[in-house]
Design a protein around this ligand. Structure first.
Ligand code: ADP
Ligand code: 5GP
Length: 202
């Protein structure tokens, strides 16, 4: 079995909770230790997003062709768009000798559990639903309808995270510096105390 440091690390958690923020900090601090699993998506790029860096941006036709070819370890529909992790992206990171980090939603987590990838699973939780709403709105990337859709999906993601043994670790992203220290230790292969999932019924 691979040591924890080399096992892929899966980050999941509701949209807007701060996963990309934590990842950006990690990649800035350790430019050579980790590799991001660049997913394919059919959603439009946000301002500043670069094809091949945050995502491979593709058409629905191309995405469906890739499904038919068996290119994906897992794929899902989220908020009206397709997202998927290709075997190739994970292989490329492994070839570089880096720890592969995936940022995927709950349906993808379920599918990965049926594969031989054997990752460490970490759920990033908001401290409250109100803060999640504020962060999603504050990011300024979503329409009002998209914020509402993502918040509804967030409730399902949180219900799934409550099931026993779905995640190895929970990190509550309340104070960003505190959450980052825990996340960094975990990514470096250290054992961290898992947070308790808040009630999140506000
Ligand atoms: P995700 O990748 O999970 O969808 P982002 O990393 O894009 O989320 O974060 C959503 C917004 O929340 C961003 O504007 C980010 O700056 C902000 N944010 C992230 N972490 C915190 C935090 N601990 N406290 C307050 N705002 C945060
Ligand atoms: P966003 O549109 O905000 O970048 O991502 C929306 C959601 O899709 C997030 O919860 C993110 O974790 C998830 N996601 C990104 N890439 C993948 C992927 O390859 N597979 C799955 N299942 N989810 C993904």
């Amino acid at each position: 079995m691979l040591p924890d440091f080399l096992r892929p690390l899966i980050l999941s958690g509701p949209s807007g909770v701060g996963k990309s923020t934590l990842l950006q900090r990690l990649f800035a601090e350790y430019p050579d230790k980790f590799g991001f699993s660049v997913s394919h998506t059919t959603r439009d790029p946000r301002p500043g997003e670069v094809d091949g860096k945050q995502y491979h941006f593709v058409t629905v036709d191309k995405f469906q062709e890739l499904i038919k070819q068996g290119a994906f370890i897992e794929h899902a529909q989220f908020s009206g768009n397709f997202y998927g992790t290709s075997f190739q992206t994970v292989r490329e990171v492994e070839k570089q000798g880096r720890r592969c980090i995936l940022d995927i939603e709950a349906q993808g987590v379920r599918q990965i559990k049926a594969t031989s990838l054997n990752p460490v699973y970490c759920f990033i939780s908001p401290p409250t639903m109100a803060s999640l709403r504020e962060r999603l709105k504050g990011r300024g990337t979503e329409t009002e309808a998209s914020v509402a859709k993502r918040l509804a999906t967030a409730l399902r993601e949180i219900e799934y995270a409550k099931e026993p043994a779905v995640h190895d670790y929970v990190i509550v992203n309340d104070d960003l510096d505190r959450a980052y220290i825990l996340f960094k230790q975990l990514a470096l292969g250290e054992k961290i105390p898992t947070d308790v999932l808040p009630k999140l019924d506000d």
